[in-house]
Design a protein around this ligand. Structure first.
Ligand code: AVJ
Length: 324
């Protein structure tokens, strides 16, 4: 049985256009300026992120990979999952380890990938369908801010994986809302596998988001190209400079695009303009870093009990299993 990859869209065609317009109006026409990181990921942005994961400075992917390599069979036997659901699956690179472990364990029947990028889903989904002909592979274009859209017809128990440290894109207000949405869709027996990057020396953290080759800077500026294409805007990427800053109080890395000059950028699709002072910054991404105690506590407040906490040897990154 060679399954065909099935790509679902839960969100209406207009959804992404509408939210982009709202986000840009709200985020770029006032002060301080900011945009949510989900707009990085067009085809080019997803490609650049893949490149980031291979950079010497960007340790999270390798650290998480090394934990999964050691723990995947333990995860399989602890969960006995028949369905693996992956939130923010991207290229599904780390997914194979989990799929293989669950197949060895003998329980896995289906894999559902959820991501904002239809391009990334299609590519990863087609490949997985060929590599795992007996597995039911589905993809769904969603947005973590709307509804999660876990497949409720998929066989349980379901293991929901949210890897890579993407949790760190959510601030202290957004995380409880996310946990509550997730908790609301999970049933008893289901489990959550969460990857979280840990607080560490800013001398390690900052270069991970501002690499010597400038790939992260390109990734950051790709956001401006997305706005040019989607809104007919005329951002000159060279008129902005990428910066990564450790925010000590919030324990997060902030990526910012800093306007090199005073400039007004027209946003024709919105009949508006973004005005920048020289040196003015717009916040393009937060990457919150976690500590065991506070992360365990916030999960507990959301009704999740921690059953396992694993780290890599250098304790840079944590992978945890929690149960509703
Ligand atoms: C995909 C959100 C986990 O925050 O580390 C990497 C994105 N941005 N370098 C992260 C990212 C710049 C990444 N996440």
């Amino acid at each position: 049985m060679t399954g065909r990859f099935e790509l679902n869209r839960r969100l209406s065609d207009g959804y992404f256009t509408d939210t982009l317009h709202t986000d840009v109006l709200k985020g770029l026409t006032g002060r301080p300026k900011s945009l949510p990181p989900k707009w990085f990921y067009d085809a080019r942005g997803s490609e650049l992120f893949e490149e980031i994961t291979k950079l010497p400075e960007y340790y999270p992917t390798r650290a998480e990979h090394s934990i999964l390599a050691v723990r995947c069979d333990e995860i399989a036997s602890a969960t006995g999952a028949r369905t693996l659901v992956e939130l923010g699956s991207g290229s599904s690179r780390k997914t194979r380890m989990l799929l293989d472990a669950l197949l060895r364990h003998g329980t896995l029947e289906s894999y559902a990938a959820l991501d904002v990028s239809a391009d990334a889903l299609r590519e990863a989904g087609d490949r997985l369908c060929r590599e795992y002909p007996d597995l039911k592979v589905t993809g769904c274009v969603t947005d973590l801010d709307s509804d999660l859209g876990l497949p409720d017809d998929a066989p349980g128990p379901r293991l929901v994986a949210f890897l890579g440290g993407t949790l760190g894109n959510l601030d202290g207000d957004a995380r409880p809302a996310f946990y509550a949405a997730l908790r609301g869709e999970l049933r008893s027996g289901d489990a959550l596998l969460l990857g979280a990057d840990l607080v560490k020396d800013p001398a390690v953290l900052v270069p991970a988001y501002d690499d010597a080759q400038g790939v992260t800077a390109e990734f950051d500026k790709n956001l401006l190209r997305v706005l040019n294409r989607e809104l007919g805007a005329r951002f000159d990427p060279d008129a902005f400079e990428h910066a990564a800053v450790w925010n000590e109080g919030e324990e997060r890395v902030e990526m910012r695009l800093r306007s090199r000059i005073a400039q007004t950028v027209e946003l024709p699709a919105l009949e508006a303009a973004a005005e920048f002072e020289a040196g003015e910054e717009m916040l393009t991404e937060i990457a919150v870093k976690f500590r065991r105690e506070s992360l365990t506590a916030e999960l507990a407040r959301a009704g999740f009990g921690l059953s396992h906490w694993w780290t890599d040897e250098e304790e840079r990154f944590a992978l945890l299993l929690a149960e509703p």
